[in-house]
Design a protein around this ligand. Structure first.
Ligand SMILES: [Zn+2]
Length: 253
């Protein structure tokens, strides 16, 4: 894997964003394997597929690539708000690959499996001003910070290339969190974020109940937050992410 972009591929394109798109997509097609099954190559969809940029011919997984030279903070700018929400709720969204580069060299590459997407991580941006070329268009941000740790699978981390088998293993492990119901998915991931936020390996029910208020803000229709929390803890236990130690005590795995 060569981490440097081939800048000559951008010749002939006017806008910087177009150049980066062409260069980063070529880099990805040339250097990347399928992070889901480990297949040696990944295929580029023909120009401007509305759904995804890449697919794996072995496992049929589809990927969308987003590149940025900004620090991977809380948010990543995405396309139109309405199509982002529509895709998530119809379960046809591809996995997301986030590529961060510096000085035209890839420094970070992460896979976010599609089942980590919920409407809560999509933030609506203000409509473009009446003077803009696409006046009234509403874009969105992906709130990267709301995706739990288990859903951000590193492929390249601070310029270090991770072992392919290790990446595939992490992806396969994340599959236990897959659920097609968007409503359930939101709850599971929200409670998982709370558990990730608890500093110690062992915790008790009260530690998780501390997050009840913030969960209530995210799920205002639910009037029994504590019961809902317990239900998610059972889900996470059944999937071997936590163990019940008895008497309201738990341990992270
Ligand atoms: Zn594959």
């Amino acid at each position: 894997m060569n981490l440097h972009f081939d800048l000559s591929l951008g010749n002939g394109y006017k806008s910087t964003s177009q150049k980066i798109r062409v260069i980063s997509e070529s880099w990805f097609a040339k250097n990347m394997y399928c992070p889901c099954c480990g297949n040696i190559r990944i295929c580029h969809f023909k120009n401007n597929s509305p759904v995804a940029d890449f697919y794996c011919e072995n496992c049929n997984e589809q990927f969308e690539l987003k590149s940025t030279d900004k620090k991977l903070g809380l948010k990543i700018a995405d396309g139109a708000y309405s199509s982002a929400i529509e895709r998530i709720t119809s379960n046809t969204n591809p996995d997301l690959i986030v590529l961060q580069y510096k000085d035209f060299k890839v420094s970070n590459l992460s896979l976010i499996p599609k089942f980590f997407f919920t409407p809560q991580i999509i933030e609506k941006r203000n409509p473009l001003s009446p003077n803009a070329r696409r006046a009234g268009w509403v874009g969105c941000n992906i709130i990267f910070g709301r995706i739990p740790l288990q859903g951000k699978i590193p492929i390249i981390s601070d310029g270090k290339i991770l072992n392919r088998d290790e990446v595939v293993k992490l992806y396969q492990k994340s599959l236990v969190l897959r659920t097609d119901s968007i409503k359930n998915r939101g709850w599971i991931l929200d409670v998982l974020n709370c558990i990730n936020d608890i500093k110690s390996e062992e915790f008790n029910l009260n530690d998780v109940y501390q997050y009840a208020e913030s969960l209530k803000i995210k799920h205002p229709d639910n009037n029994n937050i504590q019961a809902k929390i317990r239900q998610q803890l059972q889900f996470l236990r059944d999937r071997n992410l936590i163990v019940f130690l008895g008497r309201g005590k738990y341990r992270k795995i």
